[in-house]
Ligand binder design. Structure first.
Ligand SMILES: *Cc1c(COP(=O)(O)O)cnc(C)c1O
Length: 407
């Protein structure tokens, strides 16, 4: 590298990328050749394996995490006149589903260090109309579930975990999805594991699981279908206004392969994340993502390469004091881009979006924790195809930008 010249990669380093090998391609091809393309044995097998992986009683595969969040609210009978509390620092899915069932989204602030929902803010937002809480395990870091579940018991609320980032996250010895009321995972293309598009609901409540399954396919009860089997294979009864959210066999086949690789994908993410943590730790204007709510320094431990805290590393979001550095976030992202490095921002808080302001009266300034984080957040590339040298490239560019920022 020449003096005064910014390091630049030869090839573009994307923010995120799915890991698809010949195994997945073969599994999907096999389904295509089999003649059975939609919900059926492959999806059932995927549900069984996923249950075993998480350690939960019931699992229902769907065509997205968004669908699962929507159906969980419906299955709990939440609708007009009800309020649902969630984090403002999340993706559109988490807030929109509350609107879809006609309930009122009550967004609350996050802890600006963890970016997870603040249990104290949840408690302060509870009213007699509150029916549920949707905590979001931001970037794979588990929310303070003990406090949130205790709050829910105290006020008789349901808890629907948005675990879109948290497949494989451990919390107090159990995996996310193995405790609590209902948990919803995402298998979107760049999540911890993928079925291209897809999602899964887990719960210990068999009746709830059946309700969700029925709602995922037009409100048609498959058990009733077999009960009335003597009437003929053609017979079915529509029992409620369900949706079309079922998972297909291609997705099921993809999920089965990805699930066998999930722990190694997560371990690779943890190794890369800890390499970032070590390499960026000296930079005072960069606040690093914590491994747990205590913010203590975390180690790699447990099974080789996994984060001792149980955090899964879906994203690597750092918070940079751009004001102090004297460079705007856009310029910073531009510098990374011109060095051939992708990055993004997770998330623009929901309450700052025009829709949430028009429809629900949210306004800027309402959630100082989330807004302080949002001003400073930038997600650096993190995916299992990366190597330490890729992390080193990102760190070198950041160090160079910081060095030349006029400080
Ligand atoms: C990706 C994501 C979702 C939606 O997942 P889909 O499977 O795409 O529906 C929900 N919540 C959060 C926080 C997400 O990042």
């Amino acid at each position: 590298m020449e003096c005064g010249k910014r390091p630049r990669r030869q090839t573009f380093l994307p923010l995120a990328q799915p890991v698809i090998s010949e195994e997945e391609i073969d599994a999907v091809s096999e389904v295509l050749r089999s003649g059975w393309l939609t919900t059926g044995p492959k999806v059932e097998e995927f549900e069984e394996r996923f249950k075993r992986y998480i350690g939960c009683e019931y699992a229902v595969a769907l065509n997205s995490c968004t669908a699962g969040l929507h159906l969980a609210l419906e299955a709990f009978g939440i609708g007009p006149g009800d309020e649902v509390i969630s984090s403002t620092l999340t993706f559109a899915a988490t807030g929109h589903v509350i609107d879809w069932v006609g309930a009122k989204p009550v967004l609350v602030d996050v802890n600006p260090v963890t970016c997870n929902i603040d249990p104290a803010a949840v408690e302060a937002a509870v009213t007699p109309r509150t029916r549920a809480i949707i905590p979001v395990h931001y970037a794979g870091l588990a929310c303070e579930m003990e406090q949130i579940l205790a709050l829910a018991r105290k006020h008789d609320l349901r808890v629907i975990e948005d675990a879109a980032h948290a497949v494989g996250t451990r919390y107090r010895g159990g995996k996310i999805g193995s405790f609590g009321d209902v948990t919803v995972f995402s298998f979107y293309a760049i999540k911890n594991m993928t079925t291209a598009e897809g999602g899964m609901v887990t719960t210990a409540d068999g009746k709830l699981a059946e309700k969700i399954r029925k709602l995922s396919y037009f409100g048609i009860d498959k058990n009733a279908f077999s009960r009335y089997d003597q009437r003929g294979r053609w017979y079915y009864e529509i029992e409620s206004l369900g949706y079309k959210y079922n998972m297909d066999a291609l997705q099921g086949a993809l999920g089965l392969v990805q699930l066998t690789k999930l722990d190694s994908l997560l371990n690779k993410r943890a190794l890369l994340a800890h390499h970032y943590l070590g390499s960026l730790s000296g930079m005072s204007d960069i606040q690093l993502p914590p491994c747990d709510v205590s913010g203590d320094k975390c180690r790699l431990g447990g099974r080789a390469g996994s984060c001792e805290s149980g955090r899964s590393w879906h994203l690597f979001p750092v918070q940079i004091d751009f004001n102090h550095l004297g460079i705007s976030r856009d310029a910073f992202i531009g510098q990374l881009q011109s060095a051939n490095i992708g990055s993004s921002v997770h998330f623009i808080p929901l309450h700052l979006h025009p829709y949430y302001q028009h429809a629900h009266g949210f306004r800027p300034g309402q959630f100082p924790g989330a807004e302080a984080s949002y001003e400073r957040l930038i997600s650096l590339p993190l995916h299992p195809k990366m190597e330490y040298s890729d992390v080193d490239d990102v760190v070198a560019v950041i160090a160079d930008v910081v060095r030349n920022s006029g400080l």
